[in-house]
Design a protein around this ligand. Structure first.
Ligand code: TXA
Ligand code: MG
Length: 317
């Protein structure tokens, strides 16, 4: 199947949101860049984003909403967050906020973190789409890993031509901002800009009534823009490539030849399923009565590369 670029007519927007709800990926315009959208409540759909982007690691994704009321179901909105939301949403601003325990957003979408990056885009097509979908939407920029962010439907098409994992591309014209959203971390005492964007530090400082620091100027130097998030790590040690289970360890298995009866990332050996289960299973096994989690070898191919990358990071103590 060729990717279909469609005009943003309401019947097409409705079809795109139906595809999304059935677990497929669709590309949507936003005012910043085009996004590769998946139902954020669906682990498997989120795993397909990483697969299609061919990302060697699981970066947490931004979750898109059409209304503040929906945002507030998933994150804790501080006074500062509300002030910023009022000033800049809908618009090119993303807020990193503490995730509510009750939120059912895929842990893979937030790469296992206790925080969520959320935003309400202003592009009328994305707002229409999000209203139709009625689910939170995880959407990174719709480009393969390392490639430039797409600001037209043609960019998206040429990046994923003939890839049947992308069901539809909604054409909303060229993106007005053309640069990814400003990401503000509100989970620490002082708000910090994690990724600069269209909304400036000065404009943000004015709204919150104090100066805002930029992570790029601060002590921790980022390797790449937008990569300044913390990494998920369990409280108990992780032992990788385990070929046996030691006393007091619990096993995270992979494949049909599981060593013991325990949690299995995918008993059929399906790497997409394993990615979808990774963070929720790690959390389930991260219990103080065990001395550690033994993880069976994961093939280092396709999305397995990202799984191993994340396991390696989580095993460093
Ligand atoms: O303008 C945009 O923000 C576009 C459009 C599609 O909305 N989206 C976008 O997504 O740029 P993406 O995945 O390419 O960049 C998201 C960045 C990640 O690199 C990650 O560092 C940061 O957001 N991020 C996401 N969740 C986070 C979290 N919980 N804590 C810290 N940073 C987070
Ligand atoms: Mg990106």
């Amino acid at each position: 199947m060729n990717n279909r670029v469609v005009e943003p007519l309401s019947k097409n927007i409705m079809q795109a949101s139906d595809l999304l709800k059935s677990g497929q990926l669709v590309a949507i315009p936003t005012e910043t860049v085009y996004g590769l959208a998946a139902n954020a409540l669906d682990d498997q759909a989120v795993a397909r984003i990483y697969e299609l982007k061919n990302r060697p690691q699981f970066n947490p994704l931004i979750i898109h909403f059409s209304e503040l009321e929906h945002v507030s179901k998933h994150v804790i909105l501080s006074d500062t967050a509300l002030k910023l939301a009022k000033a800049f949403w809908p618009g090119p601003m993303t807020l990193v906020l503490p995730r509510k325990e009750s939120s059912e957003i895929s842990l893979l979408a937030s790469a296992g973190l206790d925080t969520l990056a959320v935003r309400i885009p202003s592009h009328p097509v994305s707002l229409d789409f999000l209203k139709q979908a009625q689910v939170p939407v995880a959407a990174p920029s719709a480009n393969p890993s390392q490639a430039l962010s797409p600001t037209t439907a043609e960019h998206v098409l040429s990046a994923f031509q003939n890839n049947n994992k992308l069901a539809m591309i909604l054409d909303g014209g060229p993106c007005e901002v053309g640069l990814e959203s400003t990401i503000i971390d509100l989970t620490e005492v002082t708000p910090v800009i994690l990724r600069p964007g269209g909304i400036t530090a000065d404009a943000i400082s004015q709204v919150i009534g104090k100066t805002i620091g930029s992570a790029t100027e601060a002590s921790h130097k980022p390797k790449a823009p937008g990569l300044l998030h913390r990494h998920y790590a369990p409280n108990i040690p992780l032992r990788l490539n385990a070929t046996e289970v030691k006393a007091n360890e619990v096993l995270l298995a992979f494949g049909p030849n599981a060593l013991t009866h325990s949690l299995n990332l995918s008993s059929s050996g399906d790497l997409t399923e394993a990615a979808a289960n990774l963070f929720k299973m790690l959390r389930l096994l991260d219990q103080p009565q065990y001395q550690g989690i033994a993880v069976m070898p994961i093939p280092n191919v396709g999305i397995g590369v990202a799984i191993n990358n994340r396991l390696e990071r989580a095993s460093v103590r």
